[in-house]
Design a protein around this ligand. Structure first.
Ligand SMILES: Nc1nc2c(ncn2[C@@H]2O[C@H](COP(=O)(O)OP(=O)(O)OP(=O)(O)O)[C@@H](O)[C@H]2O)c(=O)[nH]1
Length: 270
């Protein structure tokens, strides 16, 4: 094959050489080369057709059982691809759902989700007049100073640890969310004011007794102020949030690291 290619290159060289242009065999050699190339092209086409024919013949020669097996394999492959695709879609859907309802830093529910939950909980009260729930607003004291003194990353670490402590110290049907920067909201179903006060006092103590770790290994302490209110009807929701907010403001105003309003009867029982 290599010899043939070399010969073709030699002949092409001779045909192109002006020294041989007038030679009586020059034209005949040119025509011969053209015919030779035509034949090669035809041969290639025939080989290609023969290959395809052989493939088709092989298929035809297969028994029904073999063809059925082959189609089954193809279907199984398709199913595997479709399964993988569905898994990816499900995972992406779950990630999107998580992102739309959760705060990325603390992993708690975000404000939008908490607003929806509050509304749903208030709607449920409409059908059960004797029921209620409580709302707690809790805010880290002097958090700006934490950031200014220890840096924003340490501030983030404190927020994460506070969130963890909250989740560890509430009942499993209570709902905890990040309401704003350093502010958290708790929804406490079927909880009276007196019970809400106790929940807040417990959390206040846990948060202030925790040693937090900064990103450079330093140890620091923080405290939180709490305000709460109870909701007894759907129309009451906005009012309850305002009540909790102004109670939180009172707790800040009267010295921080405290719960407002104080329920005197409960103070001794904690
Ligand atoms: N590290 C960090 N800081 C945040 C985040 N969100 C809000 N903050 C900071 O929280 C601080 C809140 O400061 P202020 O509203 O002045 O309140 P404070 O210093 O906690 O004071 P009081 O609430 O009155 O006790 C601001 O410095 C915000 O930048 C966050 O995601 N990470």
């Amino acid at each position: 094959m290599a010899d043939m290619q070399e010969l073709e290159v030699d002949i092409d060289g001779l045909l192109a050489d002006p020294a041989w242009q007038g030679h009586p065999l020059h034209h005949a050699l040119g025509v011969l080369m053209e015919r030779h190339r035509d034949l090669l092209r035809q041969l290639e086409r025939i080989t290609h057709i023969a290959d395809r024919y052989q493939g088709a013949e092989h298929e035809r020669g297969m028994s029904y059982c073999q063809r059925y097996e082959k189609q089954l394999h193809q279907l199984e492959r398709l199913l595997r691809i479709s399964d993988r695709y569905q898994q990816i879609m499900r995972r992406q859907h779950e990630e999107l759902r998580q992102q739309s309802t959760h705060d990325p830093l603390t992993g708690l529910y975000n404000r939008r989700y908490m607003q929806r939950r509050l509304h749903e909980e208030a709607l449920k009260l409409g059908r059960h007049q004797d029921q209620l729930f409580s709302v707690v607003l809790a805010d880290i004291d002097h958090f700006k100073a934490v950031n200014d003194t220890f840096g924003h990353n340490t501030g983030d670490a404190v927020l994460m640890e506070v969130a963890r402590r909250f989740v560890l110290n509430i009942r499993k049907y209570d709902v905890c969310g990040r309401w704003g920067g350093e502010e958290f909201l708790l929804l406490l179903p079927s909880t009276t004011e007196a019970q809400a006060y106790r929940v807040c006092e417990n959390l206040r103590r846990v948060i202030s007794e925790t040693q937090y770790r900064g990103t450079d290994g330093q140890s620091l302490a923080v405290s939180m102020s709490f305000g709460y209110g109870s909701c007894r009807a759907v129309e009451d929701l906005e009012n309850t949030l305002k009540k909790a907010d102004s109670a939180l403001y009172d707790a800040k105003r009267t010295g921080r690291n405290r719960v407002s309003p104080v329920i005197e009867d409960e103070v001794g029982t904690i």
